[in-house]
Design a protein around this ligand. Structure first.
Ligand SMILES: Nc1ncnc2c1ncn2[C@@H]1O[C@H](COP(=O)(O)OP(=O)(O)OP(=O)(O)O)[C@@H](O)[C@H]1O
Length: 270
């Protein structure tokens, strides 16, 4: 019996699963904010072209984990980490690894849409310009492709030079996804990308996330278990900084191995 109603998603068989490449391999990851340990011995493999959902109650470390994957968490000066995170085989904590380079490959979309106070066009062209693309023709192509891939082109193509703040919240979030796609990342980290959106905009972003799976690997933090069940291939359940259970989404929601996972997904706590 499924504990949460879940429409069919294209989960691959275990055989194909093993053949898929890993984008991230997290081993023995611990993280402290000062004296307080927020992540405890996390071990996890994140696979290419899949959607991995991170669920768990407030304060369990979901956002911290997500922001560790592109080292954004280190913007908090009191953060200390131990363990390794390999991105395509290289430990991201190695001194020789460039954080800027990592963040070019591992883009991020935040909880609240955060467009720049610029035109729709400039929002998307900003990243490629910083990466040295100058020709208008090239930028035009990138802007159009990114907005198309973020499923917002038809809504904005006639107002590209208007301020992005004139868009609805849902449109702003898809614009922020387009901005992220414009720098051609491999991985997109999404921190509760629909929590500030109405149900229709949420549905559009969820559909978009599923389309993006074809080209990108996605890690999405969500408070919403139905959303995790609807969109993801793999789900990780965090509790008090620990990874309690990580498995195929269908399995985690229909036949969890750990009693704490079952208690959480059936609403006994959280
Ligand atoms: N900048 C910070 N400084 C100190 N402690 C922090 C900081 N950010 C998070 N924490 C602590 O780390 C723990 C995990 O927080 P985190 O935001 O990762 O949890 P979360 O699961 O994403 O929560 P929520 O669902 O409420 O967003 C919490 O105890 C939190 O108080």
């Amino acid at each position: 019996m499924s504990l949460i109603a879940k429409p069919m998603v294209n989960n691959t068989s275990e055989q194909t699963e093993q053949a898929k490449s890993k984008v991230f391999e997290v081993s023995g990851l611990n993280l402290w904010y000062g004296e307080d340990q927020a992540l405890k011995n996390i071990n996890m493999k994140i696979v290419e072209n899949e959607i991995t959902a991170i669920i768990g109650p407030s304060g369990c470390g979901k956002s911290t984990f997500l922001k560790t994957l592109n080292r954004m968490v280190e913007m908090v000066p009191i953060v200390k980490t131990s363990g390794t995170i390999k991105y395509k085989g290289e430990n991201i904590f190695n001194a020789k690894q460039s954080v800027e380079d990592l963040r070019t490959h591992v883009g991020m979309v935040f909880q609240k849409p955060n467009p720049f106070p610029k035109s729709i066009y400039e929002n998307v062209a900003y990243g490629p310009k910083i990466h040295g693309i100058k020709k208008k023709k090239d930028l035009d192509l990138i802007v159009e492709k990114s907005l198309k891939d973020a499923a917002i082109w038809d809504e904005v193509k006639d107002r590209l030079h208007e301020n992005a703040y004139g868009l609805s919240g849902g449109q702003q979030q898809r614009l922020c996804i387009a901005r992220c796609l414009a720098i051609e990342p491999d991985v997109i980290l999404m921190d509760e990308p629909t929590s500030a959106l109405d149900p229709i905009s949420t549905l559009k972003v969820e559909e978009l996330v599923q389309q993006l799976r074809e080209k990108y690997s996605i890690v999405i933090v969500t408070h919403n278990m139905q959303q995790a069940a609807r969109v993801s291939d793999q789900t990780a359940f965090f509790l008090n900084g620990e990874l309690v259970e990580f498995s195929n989404t269908d399995k985690l929601f229909s036949n969890p191995e750990d009693r704490r996972t079952e208690d959480y997904i059936t609403g006994r706590f959280g």
